[in-house]
Design a binder for this molecule. Structure first.
Ligand SMILES: *Cc1c(COP(=O)(O)O)cnc(C)c1O
Length: 362
């Protein structure tokens, strides 16, 4: 194993596993941006955005799609369109919409959230959905929307099988409640499950996915659904400040990003390789992931995530704190198998060099 001092950090040498959002656009994307046909997309005059929206809708098997600046905006537009102020939004308690979107559902759409526990594979059971639905009456607000997530980010990039989505969505449909899928990484799910993304999306009424994550675009996400929904979503995008003008400049790389779906399998293989190697380190528990997100638990090693993150950074590896003793590493387009092996060496040095567990306060 190399000495830590040998492996640190020139900037070029830094292996950034904080997220799959850190990818930088390839030359072909930069060329496509420069050469894109553009127009004012608020007037629907941008042919490149229109082409991207059509290709995106086709990729997930919906009637229509809308190009938006971020996954967060896509989710928040969906919440706004599907619900009325004062209704409830039902979602899983570790979902991105609940955990990491600044209470946007409350502030932007005036809805109350009700959380349910995820069952096996990160999707609530139909029974849990049924129990969580609230029927409107004199005292109760009524449920406006059920939101699901696939892959499930916080639980480690879990690829939720289609039948689980179907079962949860059917329970919501029984209560006349629409379903939104936060599929920021829906293509990772599809590739891991060996199905088409349209199969993953088929049971739900709308879906978000990010072009800017593993697919490698510099910016942008998609909200997809039927034509009526997307027409309403277009107005809400404007309301939220997301109407863009010559957006073909950023949509053109997005079109190329849609060609990167199949190669996500490489990211998954690299993540499995990383998890297996980390799991072999003393005191580190890193279950084999379904997709490109590795979650490492270091409680047994007595290493807090905040310390692991800062020492990995020193050693030339980027990662993020997920919880007190839980750290996330994400593989993506800009790291290959050699980078993963180099990252493992550096992380191993950090773990080996940490103070022994019994020397730490409780
Ligand atoms: C990244 C992510 C989002 C938000 O996407 P941004 O483009 O960062 O706003 C939403 N949901 C999930 C599950 C994500 O992983």
């Amino acid at each position: 194993m190399p000495d830590a001092d040998d492996t640190i950090d020139t900037d070029d040498d830094f292996i950034d596993l904080r997220s799959d959002t850190v990818t930088t656009p390839l030359d072909a994307m930069r060329d496509a941006a420069r050469d894109a046909d553009v127009g004012d997309d608020v007037y629907r005059d941008d042919p490149t955005v229109t082409e991207l929206e059509a290709a995106a809708a086709e990729a997930v098997g919906t009637e229509a799609a809308l190009y938006v600046p971020s996954g967060t905006m896509a989710n928040q537009i969906a919440v706004h369109v599907h619900t009325e102020p004062g209704q409830e939004l039902l979602l899983e308690r570790e979902s991105h919409i609940y955990r990491w979107e600044l209470a946007g559902a409350a502030t932007l759409s005036g809805v109350q959230t009700r959380t349910i526990d995820a069952a096996d594979r990160c999707v609530p059971t139909p029974e849990a959905v049924t129990e969580g639905l609230v029927t409107e009456d004199l005292h109760r607000p009524g449920t406006g929307l059920l939101a699901l997530e696939n892959t499930h980010n916080y639980r480690g990039g879990v690829a939720v099988p289609v039948d689980r989505i179907e079962a949860a969505a059917a329970a919501a449909a029984d209560g006349d409640v629409p379903v939104h899928l936060d599929g920021a990484r829906v293509f990772n799910a599809a590739v891991a499950l060996g199905v088409d993304a349209s199969d993953v999306v088929e049971p739900v009424d709308s879906v978000t996915f990010c072009l800017s994550k593993g697919l490698g675009a510099p910016v942008g996400s998609i909200l997809a659904g039927d034509e009526t929904f997307i027409e309403a979503a277009r107005r809400v995008r404007k309301l939220f400040g997301g109407g863009m003008r010559q957006a073909g400049m950023i949509a053109a790389p997005g079109l190329l990003a849609l060609e990167n779906v199949d190669r996500l399998a490489e990211d998954h293989a690299n993540a499995a390789r990383l998890a297996n190697a980390l799991d072999d380190l003393s005191g580190v528990d890193a279950p084999e992931p379904d997709t490109n997100i590795v979650v490492a638990h270091t409680a047994d090693a007595g290493i807090p995530a905040s310390e692991l993150v800062s020492e990995c950074k020193e050693a030339g590896v980027g990662c993020v704190e997920f919880d007190d003793y839980t750290t996330r590493f994400t593989t993506h387009l800009d790291v290959d198998g050699d980078d993963v092996d180099a990252a493992v060496d550096r992380i191993a040095n950090v773990v080996d060099g940490a103070a022994p567990v019994d020397a730490r306060p409780d």
